[in-house]
Design a protein around this ligand. Structure first.
Ligand code: ZN
Ligand code: ZN
Length: 154
């Protein structure tokens, strides 16, 4: 007669749902985020830079308005009295939030969003007379290219 060996019990907690502090995961790399805004910011980082510097021959582009403000302070203070530009949202190349929303809703894939964004960058370059300045670098920087590679590796 055997005693003391009941059916194996599942270890407590293993079947429980994961803590939902990290419930917003990235569609591309699966990285979890605690806040929708963090996840969206991460997704926007896969898209070409969407903020530009208004000075005609300046190639600077970025993905955060505070970076544009810093750039103006550091590079164009002579031209603007050291003041950061007002109405930073005016210096947008395309609407990255709209694209991220469409990616999340499943309306378009990340690849579609990138193609869409790049064509808007190209169009905007013409409107701004920046074709030459941005030529060969519609993405906005080398770090963006490596992220793009990451996207298409999936
Ligand atoms: Zn990701
Ligand atoms: Zn600039």
């Amino acid at each position: 007669m055997q005693v003391g060996h009941g059916p194996p019990q599942p270890a407590p907690g293993l079947d429980a749902a994961p803590a939902n502090t990290l419930q917003h995961s990235c569609h591309i790399c699966g990285r979890p985020f605690g806040r929708i805004q963090e996840r969206n910011r991460h997704l926007r980082a896969f898209l070409p830079h969407w903020i530009y510097c208004a000075f005609p021959q300046c190639p600077f582009r970025c993905d955060r308005h505070d970076l544009l403000a810093t750039h103006w302070r550091e590079e164009h203070s002579h031209a603007n009295g050291g003041q950061a530009p007002q109405q930073l949202e005016r210096y947008q190349i395309y609407d990255s939030n709209r694209l991220v929303t469409r990616i999340i809703s499943g309306d378009i894939t990340m690849e579609d969003a990138i193609v869409d964004a790049l064509s808007e960058v190209e169009k905007r370059a013409q409107e701004l007379g920046k074709q030459g300045v941005w030529a060969g670098n519609l993405w906005g920087g080398p770090s963006r290219r490596s992220q793009r590679a990451h996207v298409f590796e999936q």
